[in-house]
Design a protein around this ligand. Structure first.
Ligand code: C2E
Ligand code: CA
Ligand code: CA
Length: 448
């Protein structure tokens, strides 16, 4: 839950470029979190629980110099999007804050207590996510930013100014230092015990110990509101660190070079689960570029599907447009082979970041899955509606069905329906459900 505050009208709440919280709002939020709390009207609790991190993009000035200020702005926007996506995923039920303080400096904070190990891990996973290549079509170029992150647990009653100063000092030290992407304010590289290598090693065990959970988010037809299937989404319930979201999980897998094992595990479990769903329901699986380049999906997926006893015609593979496919031609060959088995292919996250129309040209596709940011403004922003309309028209011309995701309001559903999209998915329909909850949901869902 993003922090909301009653603030004076003079307070500039949003950063104009990125839409994240402004520095002023960040200060006001931290001040509120750090204020003593009254418990049951009498006891005063001065215990501070919040955790904060300051992410700095050291190279943003170089980007401005080399590519121009507007390219720098686009890169900052993309980083802000990634931070937002990451926070929404990882801090599902917590109160959190994401702000741009200045230039390439971003503050991320959660109000609740969280172990130092988890905070360290979140910082590392966020650094990984932010450092993925950013493609800039306007300059026909790709750039990478390597963030450094200062992390801390503020002391009780420590003021926002002191917190931000201490973070800024630490970030400056981290930026001077080679090799330490994440630095604690008290100077430690790792809080205690667990190192990044041990978590990476943990992952293989986690696959065996059944700590990787798969949840299923229902998808609905816009034509008649019927349930048409679900997307499989992975989580890691780590015994010590708690809940790790999909982005953190895949960042760890990538660093440990275990993406292929993780993807195979998810495919096996999800296909076995889906084999007992009511007959007509479809399953969507996310596919990473690493899966495609390892050749695993094209060769072993049909076997995994056969072993599970799932009908390949009911399987959709989602490939994200967000991550750059190193070898589009090869991906196109893999997908063509899979489509020959009856599977369908969706281009995921369309409209998040920089749209790459080459994907539409080269990949054999069935669906265009529009990112949440493309449907957010429907109903109150005429430009968003115009863009949406244009994309649906383009999809129709290419014979692609449109899926809208991240739908949270009913007006988005009616507009998407009127404009000719085919399928919706989002919290308004249902949140991701565990295996049994999805079975109950499907059984109870009125058939049309
Ligand atoms: P995605 O494929 O775009 O998945 C949709 C994400 O949006 C999910 O987050 C889902 O929980 C969230 N979401 C769905 N409806 C709403 C809504 O109405 N509002 C908001 N705010 N969020 C909504 P999740 O599960 O954390 O997954 C994040 C990303 O991680 C996925 O994005 C996907 O790219 C990746 N991922 C997740 N599971 C897997 C997996 O099994 N394999 C691979 N390769 N990637 C995965
Ligand atoms: Ca997806
Ligand atoms: Ca998506």
């Amino acid at each position: 839950m993003m922090a909301t505050l009653p603030l004076s009208e003079t307070c500039d709440m949003r950063d104009a470029l990125t839409g994240l919280a402004s520095a002023e709002l960040a200060r006001a939020t931290l001040a509120q979190w750090q204020a003593p709390r009254e418990i049951e009207g009498a006891t005063i609790d001065i215990h501070s629980c919040c955790r904060v991190m300051l992410l700095g993009l050291g190279r943003i000035d170089t980007v401005n110099l080399a590519y121009g200020a507007s390219a720098g702005d686009r890169a900052l926007l993309e980083v802000a999007q990634r931070i937002l996506e990451f926070a929404e995923e990882e801090f599902e039920s917590e109160t959190w804050l994401a702000a741009r303080l200045s230039g390439g400096n971003f503050l991320i904070a959660v109000r609740e207590s969280c172990s130092p190990e988890r905070w360290q891990w979140l910082a590392e996973a966020l650094a990984d996510f932010v450092s993925h290549p950013i493609s800039d079509d306007a300059n026909a170029s790709t750039l990478r930013l390597w963030p450094r992150i200062a992390v801390m647990r503020p002391a009780a009653l420590e003021s926002p100014d002191v917190i931000l100063d201490r973070l800024a000092d630490t970030l400056a030290r981290a930026q001077d230092r080679h090799g330490s992407r994440v630095l604690w304010v008290d100077g430690k590289l790792f809080p205690q015990g667990r190192s990044s290598a041990s978590l990476e090693a943990d992952l293989l065990g986690a696959l065996d110990r059944d700590e990787i959970k798969i949840v299923y988010q229902p998808q609905f037809s816009l034509e008649d509101d019927s349930l048409i299937g679900a997307e499989a989404l992975a989580r890691w319930d780590h015994p010590e660190l708690g809940h790790l979201g999909a982005n953190a999980l895949f960042a760890i897998a990538e660093r440990a070079d275990h993406v292929a094992q993780l993807s195979q595990h998810i495919a096996r479990v999800a296909l076995a689960d889906a084999a007992i769903w009511p007959d007509h329901l479809r399953l969507s699986l996310n596919v990473t570029p690493a899966d495609l380049s390892s050749g695993m999906f094209a060769t072993s997926l049909p076997d995994i599907i056969g072993q599970a006893g799932f009908d390949p015609q009911l399987l959709t593979l989602e490939i994200t447009e967000h991550v750059l496919l190193a070898d589009l031609e090869r991906a196109a060959i893999s997908f063509s082979a899979l489509r020959a088995h009856g599977m369908r292919v969706a281009l995921d996250d369309f409209g998040a970041g920089f749209c790459n129309f080459r994907y539409l040209k080269l990949l054999p596709l069935d669906y265009l899955k529009l990112d949440r940011t493309m449907v957010e403004g429907l109903g109150h922003d005429t430009r968003d509606l115009a863009i949406f309309r244009g994309i649906v028209t383009m999809a129709k011309a290419l014979d692609l069905a449109v899926i809208v995701e991240g739908v949270e309001r009913s007006d988005q559903i009616s507009i998407a329906r009127e404009e000719g999209a085919a399928i919706y998915q989002g919290f308004i329909g249902a949140k991701p459900l565990d295996r049994d909850a999805f079975l109950t949901f499907a059984a109870d869902y009125p058939s049309r």
